[in-house]
Write a new protein. Sequence first.
Lengths: 355, 359
Amino acid sequence: MQVNYYNINGIVKFALRGSKNFTESLRYSNYLVDYLGEDELDFTINLNKFDPNLENCSILEDNYYVKKNYLYCKKESYKALKWEIEFNNLETPHIKVNLNIKSSLKLKVFYILLEGLLIDPLIHYCLSKKSSCLMHASCVDLNNSGLVFVARGGAGKTSISTNLIKKGFNFVSDNYTIVKDGKGIGFVEPLNIFTYNVSNIKNGLKKSKKLELLAKNLIFKLSNGYIKVFTRIKPMDLFNDKIEKETEIKSIFLIIPKENLDKIMFSKISKRELVDHIYFNQKMEFPYFDRYITYYSYLFSENEVSGHWLKYKNGLYTNLNDGINFYRIDVPTKYNKKTFDDILKVVENERSPQL
Amino acid sequence: MKMKEVLNYNIHNILKISLEKEKNFDLMRGLDLEMSFFRVNEEIKDPDIIIKLGEFQPSNEDCYVVDHKYHIKENYIYCKDSADNLNWEIEIFGFENGKSIVNYNYNSFGVNNLISKFNFETVFLRPLIYCKLKEKKYFMVHGGSITFKDDAFLLSGCGGSYKTSIIMDLLKKSDFKYMGDDWAILHKEEDSIKVFSFPAHFKLFNYVFNNKKDENLTFVDKVKFIKSLWKKENSENVQVNDSGELKGIIFLNKSNSGDFCFGTLDLDDAINRLINNTKLEMNSDSVPMSGFSLNPLYRYITAYSYVFPDSNMAKLWKTLEDDLKEILNNFNFYELEIPDNYSSHVSDSIVDFIGGGCI
């Protein structure tokens, strides 16, 4: 058993306790710190067997046990990963989570899955509590002027930002960007690379990473899409001297792929429209967490947990300054050189209503 | 050319559904469990939902694509999907309003074929019915419903809150009649709220009511039930009351605190429970043997809302809240905390509560 502490840009602080595979998370390695006190922590996750505190609970669907400040889920699964989970102190500043993997095999990939299924949403939740917002978006910077690309998976966040970095922009974030007071703050995780978003960085990859990518694509095809494992590359290894911690957001682009488009379609949108898209994007991103919130809210309305999504939406309105420009770009489902050139024209000019 | 057959369903003349499938040897034929109560022999004109089972060519050109998977355009979604051993593709025209046409194809055999069939009814069809009824200002709520001397009462609760056991016990007492043990439909009439029956899984309820003391079925019970369906054994049908005027809503809360007590809820808490209960039921992992940890249709709704955040679908829960507040305003709501070891003492108390004029 070991414990590691992480400090995400001084905003959210958490501890992971358990086996080395879990606590030494590659995803958050950029934020590893020596120590954080109990009072500083926003959440702690203990990965181990535990005895749930089930006294005086309401029982929902014979699987969820709920009382004030508390939620326990007896069994949950995602593909081969099975777990039980207990949230203590839900409505307090320091949420304490007990987690037990119930799958008989303890595969390393499970720990990676747990980052996306559980830790990312908790970071998202705690950021929102602290009046910041996590967006499913990449971010690049040029002379402290930031461009943010909001999109669902596979829509081109990584491809667009890596293409712009090739053209002289600095890297801020790849998958998630924190927004606070009009600033885009980097949430530096490894880039999740698959065959469809590798083209711009292929030359910078080591041979071993290229082979890893090919092997994972083969597994993806052989498993008929069931096993999709990204190749993870640390941004520092690719853009070492071109990383900015934060940037003043100048423009945000919503990217949505559309079939049978031969050129990109570009339009200005309102802040409200963009916020609505970001809101549903985030809900799609954290479905298990969303369901935990719903179970708790079923019994306890009018509290920090049940009001989370409204707070998140309001937080986006507040943190996205009025001076920011909001655009929507419909893009072809497969990018080619012309697509990148057209997007580049848009982000450089921001003036053509339709290219 | 393969022969086709059409099965028709009519939900109280409010919503009509037709299901078109290839007429072939099908071991699972007759196991239309969820909707069997609403099956009608006569042809249905102008159905609200048309379902076509079997291979199809999707019309997914010019769609927005979300997560490389969901193909979405206005009022339309197509998706090729899988969960554990199940693979299916589904296409829905009229996804958010108007008449719906659903193409559904699954490729599975043996037990998986049976699961795919259940899945379609519970995972896809039920939420679709929910949305279509809502469009017509009829609201499905997750709860058992009964009538007592022609007044209707709703017993709302999450899965596992003993709705079925309580309804079974109440039916053994005089003056109670069955309307459903899982879902009910509410509709505002001029000065009252009308409840329409929705006896989902009616064959199963009949079997349990006639053969079991409580709702818990062992594996052997389930096998016996399926055998009775194959053999078309007729057990005496529970009499169903089609509708009644809503007099009270009791929220069931199963708890291990040992308490057994009645309380009240205000309008906001009651609406919160009704909406979250529906969300959870739509997004439940309780589809038997399915391997679904999250309901696919719930994901489709969220993906559609992401592309069209101004759509009816994106505003589903908000408009539901407004609608329910409007129709349930000035109504009294009760909560009954039930111990986790159920006894008929619970239904006795409900009889006293209802019959004693507490509501």
